[in-house]
Design a protein around this ligand. Structure first.
Ligand code: ATP
Length: 411
């Protein structure tokens, strides 16, 4: 099957130009070069995706160097992996040398050796991700589909390439469910059987790799679907026995999309997933998944704040009480609690802090207070706090009023 005309209509002009340079330079080097992975799947499905992965049966860095020189694109080389990224305008193309992988033991990172496109496709996760399109001049547009991925796209099936796939690399359990739910596909019968059987193999995967796959799920449009399915399969519980995916969580993920900024959504989903956990369970989750210090703090604060929320269920609380109670909590943890909490008074107080109170600043600063005759030291700190609270509570509004109050408080 030849996809040259599909390529022409699918990619924007700028990318087509880069692909033309790629074909020409590969020809000159005598290299065979291919589009691979998700981009081939999405092109066949007609879904937009401009995340291009290329594989060459030759030196990827040499090819990338030539493409960058001839097209004026920027080049980033990763010598450790012999891969390169070409960046032009809004687009980026990753180029790697075709490789095969062998697993010394389940869950280990594979040993990698340069090889052919066929072996490179065989190391991949699912048939729909194991297709390639030749960009080599004389075969331009030709589809390579040794594992019948195109048929599986038509039949809406996620299929592994060999029976050891999930035990070699159990992150594929999470990946399978991510694609199943994103595309609305089904697990092929044998794939489903092996996936369920190999769920315990998740224990062989490092925390960083599991977390990375969860983060990929959290970047999906509807991550709650994959999370629920992983919960139903018992895979979430295998990662941490306190985790579960249920209708409550699905509803809260939906709310998170309305309340969270796009960049913070993955971390917010993480906090919501961990919401039902207590402090001790959060510690266990963090030691399994090894999250960044920032995410760990958000998770811990989510649990700590949840415990103290009843203090905010008092309609007569002053803004200064709310502010001085909440200012030590991570804003993401506060957002997670707004989403998870049902009591209107508590929600209102949390929202008030995030939208307004945390930005309230005094017009006077410490130096100006000293000029009014208040010496530096503990007392000055106390006066600043009294002024700040007065401002939060609307007792002073202008700089003059702050000064007047400061003079009254002067020792
Ligand atoms: P998308 O999420 O749209 O599929 P993508 O296809 O670029 O994006 P990545 O996670 O970046 O997905 O992986 C790129 C390709 O590498 C995949 O299409 C797949 O062929 C292969 N791949 C990634 N992870 C694995 C894995 N654990 N085992 C085997 N192949 C993998």
């Amino acid at each position: 099957m030849n996809l040259a005309s599909e390529i022409k209509t699918y990619f924007p002009k700028e990318l087509l130009e880069l692909l033309r340079h790629t074909s020409n330079e590969a020809s000159k080097l005598g290299q065979r070069v291919y589009l691979v992975g998700g981009i081939v799947r999405d092109l066949l499905l007609g879904y937009p995706n401009f995340d291009l992965d290329l594989v060459t049966e030759g030196d990827a860095v040499e090819l990338a160097n030539r493409i960058a020189r001839i097209s004026g694109a920027r080049l980033v080389i990763h010598p450790r992996f012999s891969t390169a990224k070409i960046k032009s305008g809004d687009f980026a193309i990753d180029i790697a040398t075709a490789r095969s992988e062998t697993y010394a033991r389940p869950g280990a990172l594979p040993a990698v050796t340069p090889s052919s496109i066929e072996k490179d496709l065989f190391r991949r996760d699912f048939s729909i991700n194991a297709m390639a399109i030749s960009l080599t001049t004389e075969h331009y547009g030709q589809l390579l589909d040794p594992h019948h991925g195109k048929d599986d796209l038509h039949s809406h099936l996620i299929r592994i390439l060999h029976p050891d796939s999930f035990s070699d690399d159990a992150t594929r359990i999470l990946r399978a469910i991510r694609y199943e739910q994103r595309l609305g596909f089904n697990l092929e019968h044998e794939t489903a059987r092996l996936l369920k059987r190999h769920i315990p193999m998740l224990d062989t995967i490092s925390g960083d790799r599991i977390r990375h796959e969860l983060e990929l799920i959290f970047r999906e449009e509807h991550p709650e679907r994959a999370i629920k399915r992983l919960g139903d399969l018992g895979a979430l519980q295998r990662i941490n026995h306190s985790l579960s995916g249920n209708e409550w969580l699905a509803g809260k993920f939906d709310d998170a999309r309305r309340l969270g900024k796009p960049g913070e959504l993955p971390a917010l989903y993480f906090c919501l997933l961990a919401y039902p956990l207590n402090g001790e369970q959060i510690n266990q989750l963090a030691s399994r998944l090894n999250p960044s210090a920032k995410l760990t703090r958000a998770l811990e604060d989510t649990a700590r704040l949840k415990l103290h929320l009843p203090r905010l269920n008092e309609p007569s609380l002053k803004p200064s009480d709310i502010c001085y109670f909440l200012h030590e909590y991570d804003p993401l943890a506060i957002k997670a609690n707004i989403i998870a909490e049902d009591k209107p008074v508590i929600r209102h107080h949390l929202e008030l802090f995030l939208s307004k109170l945390r930005y309230v600043k005094l017009s006077l600063n410490g130096e100006e207070l000293q000029r009014l005759g208040i010496p530096a030291g503990k007392k000055l700190g106390e006066i600043l706090e009294i002024l700040h609270k007065a401002k939060l509570d609307g007792e002073v509004t202008t700089k003059d009023e702050e000064e007047k109050l400061a003079r009254q408080l002067k020792p």
